[in-house]
Design a protein around this ligand. Sequence first.
Ligand SMILES: Nc1nc2c(ncn2[C@@H]2O[C@H](COP(=O)(O)OP(=O)(O)OP(=O)(O)O)[C@@H](O)[C@H]2O)c(=O)[nH]1
Length: 351
Amino acid sequence: METTNNDRIRNVQGKDRRPEFWLVFMRSAQVAALIDVAFFFLFYALGSPILAWVNIVSVAIYTLVYYASKNRKKRIAVALIWSEVIIHAGLGIILIGWESGFHYYLLMFIPAICLSTSFRPALITLTVLFACYVGLDFLAWFIEPIQPINSFALKIVHLFNLSVVFVMLSYLSLYYLKTARRAQKKLNILATTDPLTELYNRRYMNDLVDKEIQDFNRTNDGIGIILIDIDYFKKINDQYGHKVGDDVLVRVAQIIKKQVRKQDLISRWGGEEFLIILPDTPLIDVQLSAERIRAAFLTYDWLKEIGEDVSPTITAGISELKQAESLDSAIARADRALYKGKADGRNRVEL
Ligand SMILES: Nc1nc2c(ncn2[C@@H]2O[C@H](COP(=O)(O)OP(=O)(O)OP(=O)(O)O)[C@@H](O)[C@H]2O)c(=O)[nH]1
């Protein structure tokens, strides 16, 4: 059977497909256990010892839920949490009545269901939850509470339950938002940068340059292009190994960064090729920048910095983007210059 990219991603990610959800899940178990401790004292004070002791059982269940999810026994954790909430809410309603507000806890399942599964199973589970909720409400029409508490105490319990559910939902939503934002930021970095050198990747560089070109077409200030290639990089890999080759690429990125201005855009354009875009820069200054970068390689102490005296040189091809010219065509000219620089002996800047 053919393996699709999605299958491969699932295989790599394994059971941790929604790590943020599980973080929130474990946090929920901790918060719920704390709330049940508070409930224990509240029900004792209100004269309902059965409900008070139910909360001790609940604390034990939430402790199990926490350790089960920590040890990746996620099915067990989910089954325990569902059972606890439904039985606890059911008992609360049967013992002291619908007005106690225990049913609000069932609402906490709505975001949990939506976040933890895909569309169809979520829809089915939500329907089951809705049936349970309405069923309990309907049941409450006909049965009297087994252990009623006085109406003031009932109002206090209702207020407490309502507040707990409100605060818990808000807290967990904010917590989830924070983890989701963090994940989004990570994804953005992955999508825009090269993981080894931490420079912009080729795709993102194209997007950035498109914007620069729009500005350029308005202002007509020059855009300089420097295409840099490390000389005989294959030899470095062959002689010192791939790891040293990677170290060299990282240092090359650092050297280039040091020699250009803040507004200049640097990207890893290919394996050992780097593209620099210099906005608002006349060609003569582009050439000076490229020479400065080339010179920086000659004085860099490679032995001290990476433990091997690799001492690579670079060849750079430069060009200037013309009005109404495409980036590809300007880069093609820089590439031709680079090719000429290589043919003429390397370690040089070619216009
Ligand atoms: N270590 C390492 N090597 C890489 C990476 N990407 C590309 N390379 C290597 O870079 C080398 C480029 O070799 P060539 O294209 O032959 O160029 P060169 O040896 O630099 O020779 P000239 O460009 O002609 O001076 C290849 O051996 C690639 O395997 C990388 O991310 N890490």
